[in-house]
Design a protein around this ligand. Structure first.
Ligand SMILES: Nc1ncnc2c1ncn2[C@@H]1O[C@H](COP(=O)(O)OP(=O)(O)OP(=O)(O)O)[C@@H](O)[C@H]1O
Length: 264
C-alpha cells in the first residue's frame, strides 16, 4: 500500500505534460486526431510514429500551443495550454534561423527575446553550441553550415532558453545518413545530460527504437493511439553495437509487422 502511494506521487511529480481527450478536425472535414490521452514525463524521450497523414505533426503543434485542438486540452504542470510557452520549445524542421546573424547570435536569440543581457546570453549560447557539437562555428553564418549543422543551431537555441520540453518535427529528415546517425547519438547523450523531455515526430521505425524511451504508435487517419511501446535497450555501449543488438532488431520487426497492415 505504502509503495503504491509512493509510486503515484512520483509519477505525478515527474509528469510535465498531459494530453487529455484531444480531438482535432480541420475545417469540419478532416478528422486528424481522435481521443488522444497521453502523459509525458521529465527526462523522457518519446517518439510519435505512424503512417503518413495520421496526425503526428498536428499533435506536436497542439502540444506546442501553435494549434488549437477542437476538443480536449493539453496541460503543462497541470495548467491548461492556451498558446506557446517558455517551458516548451519547438525546434523547427526548416531551422528558422536568421540568415544575417552568426551562429552565436542565432543560438542566443531566444534569450534576447527574454531580455537576458548580452554577455550572459552569449555565455549560455556558447555552452549549448558546445553541447550540440558546434564549438568553433560560433562566428559562422547559416549559409556556411550544412543542413545538419543548422539544425543543431536550432537545437542549441531551444536548449539555451532552458525550456523543459523540446518538440522536434522530423529533426533528422533533411540530413545525410552519416549526419543523421551522429545527431541521433548526440541526442541520446543530451537527453541524459540535460534531463529534458523530448517529443519528436519521426517516420523511421529504426530511429524511434534507437532513440526512444517510449514510442507512441498512431493509427492511420483519424489518428488514434494504437500502442505505446517502451523499448528497453541498453544504450550505454558502442552505438554501432546497439544497431546490431537482437532486442533492437526484433522490436523493429514487431513494430513494422504492426504497421505493415496499414501500408499494404
Ligand atoms: N491546415 C490543414 N488543413 C486541412 N487539413 C490539414 C491541415 N494540416 C494537416 N491536415 C490534414 O490532417 C491530417 C494529419 O496531418 P499531419 O501533418 O498532422 O500528419 P502527419 O502524421 O504529421 O503526416 P506526415 O507523416 O505525412 O508528415 C492529414 O490528412 C493532413 O492532410
Amino acid at each position: 500500500m505504502h509503495m503504491t502511494q509512493t509510486i503515484v506521487a512520483e509519477t505525478e511529480a515527474d509528469q510535465i505534460i498531459e494530453v487529455a481527450g484531444i480531438h482535432k478536425t480541420y475545417g469540419n472535414v478532416v478528422t486528424a486526431l481522435q481521443d488522444i490521452n497521453l502523459g509525458f514525463q521529465r527526462g523522457e524521450l518519446t517518439s510519435l510514429l505512424g503512417p503518413s497523414g495520421c496526425g503526428k505533426t498536428t499533435l506536436l503543434k497542439i502540444i506546442a500551443g501553435l494549434l488549437e485542438p477542437t476538443e480536449g486540452e493539453v496541460r503543462v504542470h497541470g495548467k491548461p495550454v492556451t498558446g506557446p510557452g517558455p517551458e516548451r520549445a519547438f525546434v523547427f524542421q526548416d531551422f528558422a534561423l536568421m540568415p544575417w546573424a552568426t551562429v552565436i547570435k542565432n543560438a542566443a536569440f531566444g534569450l534576447e527575446l527574454k531580455g537576458v543581457a548580452l554577455e550572459e546570453r552569449e555565455d549560455r549560447a556558447r555552452h549549448y553550441i558546445n553541447e550540440v557539437g558546434l564549438a568553433g562555428f560560433e562566428d559562422k553564418y547559416p549559409h556556411e553550415l550544412s543542413g545538419g549543422m543548422r539544425q543543431r543551431v536550432g537545437l542549441a537555441r531551444a536548449l539555451a532558453v532552458e525550456a523543459e520540453v523540446l518538440l522536434m518535427d522530423e529533426p533528422f529528415s533533411a540530413v545525410d545518413e552519416q549526419t543523421r546517425r551522429k545527431f541521433q547519438e548526440d541526442l541520446i547523450r543530451l537527453r541524459e545530460t540535460e534531463n529534458k523531455t523530448f517529443i519528436l515526430v519521426t517516420h523511421s521505425i529504426e530511429e524511434a527504437v534507437y532513440l526512444s524511451d517510449r514510442i507512441v504508435l498512431l493509427s492511420p487517419r483519424p489518428g488514434r493511439l494504437k500502442q505505446i511501446v517502451a523499448p528497453e535497450i541498453d544504450r550505454s555501449g558502442d552505438p554501432e553495437a546497439i544497431r546490431r543488438n537482437t532486442e533492437y532488431l526484433d522490436l523493429i520487426d514487431d513494430i513494422w509487422a504492426g504497421l505493415r497492415d496499414y501500408v499494404e
